[in-house]
Ligand binder design. Sequence first.
Ligand code: G3P
Length: 217
Amino acid sequence: MKFFADTAEIDAIRELAATGLLDGVTTNPSLIHKSGRDFMEVTKEICDIVDGPVSAEVVALDHDTMMREAEVLRKIADNVCIKVPLTIDGLKTCKALTEDGTMVNVTLCFSANQALLAAKAGATFISPFVGRHDDNGFDGMDLIRDIRLIYDNYAFETEILVASVRHAGHVLGSARIGADVATMPPKVILSLANHVLTDKGIEGFLADWEKTGQSIV
Ligand code: G3P
């Protein structure tokens, strides 16, 4: 399972890239706003740090302008993945871009039928938002399960990129179902290493090591 960082914070991306756990990055207009950075500039910096796909989102709502925006964004770097919303114009843009060899992430997916449309449009990634799905009284994991089933039924190659991931439980659930990617805030990626018994074990080993009076270096 691949891990993408859902952020436009350069320091956090650098820190994660150094762990070897980072396979890509996703951004959106809200994350760009939060970073306070220039969109083009920060996207270029992220693409230089990370080898994998870096999602950059169009903001137009009509196909023609989406294509013009995508043209600008895809010139930033070879690993830019154009993010489009799950609308008919977004799907039309997805089809045109993927046929031209550009990676496309179809975002704001909240139903399995929407995911089916994205796969038919040749999407590289589909982004179902599990946290926001949960927030509205649904079960985000049911959505991922349905999409996995449908994609496997028809051997679609579109990768399921679980988004709006809020906690470790979303990661575990997605991995059990066989989602291809989870994109999450850096703190959620780092939290996956935490276990109280790991901390307790280290504490015990160090206390006993201290008693030996030895040192390794
Ligand atoms: O990946 C999409 C993400 O940025 C949305 O997350 O927590 O705002 O629902 P959230």
